[in-house]
Design a protein around this ligand. Structure first.
Ligand code: SF4
Length: 75
């Protein structure tokens, strides 16, 4: 089942926990705000799909994001 990841960059406060917990998925973009890395992005830089083996990492990023800018769910 694909794991969908979304970042709401308008909510992001550039705390960079996401880059720490899932460094292959979240990379710094404009102004240091993260984007989904090109490898996983789909339909823009703010959303994409990651393989199941990265689920725990992106869930940790979601849990630690202080502004709740990250959403992770299975489709
Ligand atoms: S953890 Fe949340 S607030 Fe921090 S950089 Fe990532 S998306 Fe932005």
């Amino acid at each position: 089942m694909p794991v969908k990841v979304k970042i709401d960059r308008s909510k992001c406060v550039v705390a960079h926990f996401c880059l720490f917990y899932a460094p292959t998925v979240f990379i710094p973009g404009d102004g240091g705000k993260p984007v989904i890395s090109p490898e996983y992005a789909s339909g823009g830089m703010e959303e994409g799909y990651v393989p199941e083996e990265l689920y725990d990492q992106v869930k940790e990023a979601e849990r630690h994001c202080p502004s709740r800018a990250i959403k992770v769910y299975r489709e």
